[in-house]
Design a binder for this molecule. Structure first.
Ligand code: HEM
Length: 285
């Protein structure tokens, strides 16, 4: 019996091979644009700059999808459509895992390798990522000071200015709860949305009743836990970023002008959903 040839795979007759007059993979994905958008600045060229650029660009692509999913989840909550909103959040959680896992690729760049490209980054920094700020605003970490950072890019500035004045995902969740009969404090249902949500005792009381009898409030209980997952994942990303920054630049200041690690460490104390953490202290007496 002839031994099968495992060194070759023949094309099948039906496989498309001529794209002179029909849409190809590259056409659909605009790969000519996407793959020509890596423009290293270093002179002489530094091997590791491509890694640095690709890591940031892939992060921005995933952030784009995250914004899309979070906006949709927020709209679904506003329409009291809880189940599809949870489906969106499940996808967001996977994106977050991917973003966090990919830090290990950048961590292969040593401080000496980064030092070679650092001068060519000039004043650019992830701190100026408009999409990252969009995600933060959508989750509720509103900060009006972040809007003028984007004055050089009016489209991005306008997106952030609009989001600042709109309810966050958490705000819409609370409004959904109020509409479905839960005793959400009135000052959380209508308020100035541009101000960051502050921990509210009345809301902790409400969540305490939910966590005391999950089976009676399953949809709410499940959504609360999904939100905690989101915050957990967000903090993991922040922490991995901090670790990579620390191993790469030590305690030097950042290209964006901050103190670096010390500044980033303070972000670990920021919380999106304070009552969902506060309620944990109350559970079980
Ligand atoms: C070795 C690589 C990196 C270093 C040394 C670094 C360093 C820093 C530093 C020092 C800051 C504080 C602002 C400043 O002074 O610049 C910062 C902020 C930030 N970086 Fe990075 N970073 C790196 C990679 C990345 C990557 C791959 C991303 C992905 C998008 C990213 C996203 C951000 C974001 C979103 C902020 C703002 C965080 C906040 O406001 O809390 N960074 N980075």
């Amino acid at each position: 019996m002839a031994v099968p040839d495992s060194t070759r795979r023949d094309l099948e007759a039906g496989i498309e091979t001529d794209f002179r007059r029909q849409m190809s993979y590259g056409d659909y994905l605009c790969l000519d644009q996407l793959l020509s958008a890596q423009r290293p600045q270093s002179d002489p060229p530094q091997h590791d700059e491509l890694l640095f650029i690709v890591q940031h660009q892939t992060s921005e692509l995933w952030l784009k999808l995250m914004v899309h999913e979070l906006r949709s989840a927020r709209a679904l909550l506003a329409a009291d459509d809880l189940a599809p909103a949870l489906k969106r959040l499940a996808r967001v959680k996977h994106i977050q895992h991917t973003l966090t896992d990919q830090w290990s690729v950048l961590a292969t760049m040593t401080p000496s390798e980064y030092a070679e490209i650092r001068p060519f980054l000039a004043t650019s920094s992830g701190f100026q990522s408009a999409q990252y700020r969009e995600v933060e605003f959508l989750l509720g970490n509103k900060d009006a000071d972040m809007v003028p950072v984007h004055a050089h890019d009016p489209a991005a500035r306008d997106v952030l200015a609009r989001l600042l004045g709109e309810p966050s995902l958490y705000d819409e969740f609370l409004r959904h709860l109020a509409r479905t009969g839960y005793a959400v404090p009135a000052d959380l249902v209508e308020r100035d949305w541009s101000v960051k949500h502050r921990a509210h005792d009345g809301l902790v009381d409400l969540f305490a009743t939910v966590y005391a009898a999950p089976e009676e409030h399953w949809g709410v209980y499940e959504t609360c836990e999904e939100l905690v997952d989101l915050e957990d994942n967000f903090q993991e990303w922040r922490f991995r970023h901090l670790q990579v920054v620390q191993r790469t630049i030590g305690h030097k200041s950042g290209t964006g002008g901050s103190s670096g690690v010390a500044f980033l460490r303070r972000a670990l104390d920021l919380t999106f959903f304070p009552e969902l953490y506060e309620v944990r202290t109350r559970i079980g007496g």
